[in-house]
Design a protein around this ligand. Structure first.
Ligand SMILES: Nc1ncnc2c1ncn2[C@@H]1O[C@H](COP(=O)(O)OP(=O)(O)OP(=O)(O)O)[C@@H](O)[C@H]1O
Ligand SMILES: [Mg+2]
Length: 165
């Protein structure tokens, strides 16, 4: 597993289950207000990773694919909320704002955004940016970049939790 530097990490997932497990490790570390961007082509595994993140965060809700939903909301026992925003079908940032993305991002619930490049203008530069890349049927390259001190710390903790390093 090549570790690049303090602000980025790159590794290979060999199965959907492994991607979900990595998501769980990340979800366990999320704090109110965290922004996690998931970039990558169709079928690269963004939703699969998001499902693990929601589970690790402690979602009480069945984590489903947001195929027909632009915003999925997951609840936790302590009444906290996690939001999963999918920008794929949006015409642009205006539609995202109409749907309330700014309020979501200002709120306390962590927010996961799929297709973040489509709503880039609405997103803070302080964030974890995860890029997934299709390698073959079962393998995905996953690159994580941290922007801002909070996210550098989050990435460090994730590295320790997921890889013990
Ligand atoms: N290592 C892997 N990690 C994640 N998904 C994998 C992996 N190997 C195979 N897959 C499969 O790839 C598909 C990924 O679908 P998923 O919905 O997560 O992608 P997505 O990036 O959210 O796509 P979309 O852009 O359409 O929302 C699933 O069918 C999953 O089982
Ligand atoms: Mg998806």
């Amino acid at each position: 597993m090549p570790i690049l530097d303090d602000r980025s990490l790159e590794f290979l997932s060999h199965s959907p289950e492994q991607t979900q497990r990595l998501g769980v490790r990340l979800g366990e570390l999320l704090k109110p207000g965290d922004l996690i961007c998931l970039a990558g082509d169709l079928g690269s595994g963004k939703t699969t990773l998001a499902q693990g993140i929601a589970r690790g965060w402690g979602s009480l809700d069945q984590v489903t694919s947001p195929s027909f939903m632009l915003i999925n909301e997951y609840r936790r026992a302590d009444a906290a909320r996690l939001f999963h925003f999918d920008a794929y079908r949006l015409s642009g940032v205006g539609e995202a704002i109409a749907l309330g993305i700014e309020e979501l991002l200002e709120g306390t619930g962590p927010v996961i955004v799929e297709w973040p490049e489509r709503v880039a203008e609405a997103l803070s530069h302080q964030r974890l940016w995860i890029s997934l890349r299709w390698m073959d049927d079962l393998r995905r390259g996953i690159h994580i970049a941290a922007n801002g001190l909070r996210y550098e710390r989050l990435l460090l903790k994730f590295r320790q939790a997921a890889f013990g390093g």
